[in-house]
Design a binder for this molecule. Structure first.
Ligand code: PDD
Length: 281
């Protein structure tokens, strides 16, 4: 793969970042994952706007202009012949040359920008969506600013491992009795004509796919409720699913061992996946 690091396109073996980089020492960085279908970026303006917001919330300078970021995405897609997959982008507060808790002076220490492509076929995603995913619930013990897309992904990684150990596909996080979101996705349930997903706040990531799927749901004339729901409500729902840039709309057929609906992917999730992909392509 050709990757991008701090202004240069390099073969991945040649791309390096300092051991003093604050992304490495302090998880002091933010990221975005943007899907690519038919060699085209999906919903880049949404990801670009969220990146700007994450940077601003952490008082971190943008590494370059939005136009440059888009140009690098396009260059990497071409250089790697990517037709289906994702582009990963990470900005950290850079390398101050030593370890220190205080933020370095941004006029001295420049942020680090790393970008690379990942291949993932739509067909593999469609196959998973036809089967549906099974999830367990685990307590949400992450920090209180989950609306900022930071690279602090240790607990989500642990959650994926707990799911794997339990023989299922993913974990849904719960706080004060309600589902916040999935390890790396936003969570939804369907009951009759009503579709429910948690409202935006500091306790979840403001998913770009979530926003697009809300628009698709409105087009389908579904009744939308943005509010928290419990695991029990999910288990009693007709359908459940999750959304993310890498999974699009993924049906969930079981939560904590209880089948949802008939225990197979439901028609509304399937329809939303179809409409979302049609609109984005
Ligand atoms: N994850 N919630 C969390 C905690 C996430 O990490 C993600 C994205 C989402 C969905 O956001 P979006 O629809 O904008 O992708 C929700 C990415 C895909 C990842 O970490 O790979």
């Amino acid at each position: 793969r050709t990757v991008f690091v701090n202004g240069s396109y390099l073969p991945e073996e040649a791309a390096t970042v300092s051991i003093f980089d604050r992304g490495f020492l302090m998880a002091d960085g933010v990221y975005e994952v943007t899907s690519v279908l038919g060699a085209k970026l999906i919903d880049w303006p949404g990801h670009c706007a969220r990146l700007a917001r994450s940077l601003k919330e952490l008082d971190m300078a943008a590494p370059c202009s939005d136009e440059d970021l888009l140009a690098i995405h396009r260059e990497l897609i071409v250089a790697n012949g990517l037709t289906e997959g994702m582009v990963y982008l990470q900005v950290t507060r850079g390398n101050p040359g030593d370890r220190d808790f205080a933020f370095p002076d941004p006029s001295v220490t420049k942020s680090t920008l790393v970008m690379f492509t990942m291949v993932k076929t739509l067909e593999s995603g469609n196959a998973a969506a036809r089967k549906g995913h099974r999830v367990i619930s685990i307590p949400d013990i992450r920090w209180g600013r989950r609306d900022i897309k930071t690279v602090q992904l240790l607990y989500p990684s642990m959650g994926k491992m707990m799911a794997k150990k339990a023989g299922v596909d993913d974990a849904w996080l719960t706080e004060d009795g309600f589902v916040t979101e999935g390890t790396s996705n936003n969570t939804w349930i369907v009951k009759g004509n009503r579709i429910v997903t948690r409202q935006l706040g500091t306790d979840i990531l403001h998913g770009i796919t979530r926003a697009a799927v809300l628009r698709c749901a409105a087009d389908l004339q579904l009744e939308i409720e943005e509010r928290p729901f419990t695991i029990e409500e999910a288990q009693a729902a007709d359908e459940a699913f999750y959304t993310s840039a890498s999974a699009f709309v993924m049906p969930v057929i079981e939560v904590d061992g209880a089948a949802i609906g008939k225990g197979v992917p439901g028609p509304i999730a399937a329809r939303l996946r179809e409409i979302y992909l049609d609109e984005m392509r």
